[in-house]
Unconditional design. Structure first.
Length: 175
């Protein structure tokens, strides 16, 4: 895996880990992942392990930027749910389809955009998982969690793209 801050997309086929992820990032002058606040851009195939690699790299940048534990947890949860939704529901686990991720991390805010190549969906058509008739259903809670934990969640491109924003706010449970 390329070090944070390196341009790991140089050359044909290079910058890919097991053919899974490509990360384009401007070189950092001091080697810190969050130091230059350059957006991290990834393209992965519809594979959960590739999603885990991207999640780790983004969360590493969040930690280096000094996000508190509650904000870090919120980003981790929402990012995981959004990646699963893009891979499983958007691209239907089709390895020929890609998921595109862009993350910008500063000490005050993290912004993550995830887009799949699926048909999209209508957010208003997703049943409320907290209603009595939906409590026993196995799916539908990911979007609820994303919207609950992030400061802002916006859907676009017919539901194929989600943009999530989390501010680095003070821990609610701090002593």
């Amino acid at each position: 895996m390329a070090n944070a801050g390196s341009n790991s997309n140089s050359g044909s086929g290079k910058g890919k880990r097991n053919g899974a992820a490509t990360n384009k990032r401007a070189p950092s002058r001091n080697g810190g992942a969050a130091a230059n606040h350059a957006p991290m851009t990834f393209t992965i195939r519809s594979d959960f392990s590739a999603g885990h690699d991207v999640q780790k790299r983004i969360l590493d940048a969040v930690e280096k930027a000094g996000f508190n534990s509650q904000s870090t947890f919120a980003i981790k949860l929402a990012l995981e749910e959004a990646l699963i939704n893009a891979i499983k529901h958007g691209n239907k686990l089709d390895l020929k389809k890609n998921v595109h991720i862009e993350a910008s991390v500063t000490p005050t805010v993290t912004e993550i955009t995830i887009e799949d190549e699926g048909p999209g969906f209508d957010r208003s058509g997703v049943p409320d998982p907290t209603l009595e008739e939906n409590l026993d259903k196995c799916s539908g809670r990911g979007i609820l969690l994303m919207e609950a934990y992030m400061n802002r969640v916006e859907w676009s491109r017919g539901g194929r793209r989600v943009r999530m924003v989390k501010k680095n706010e003070a821990d609610v449970l701090s002593p």
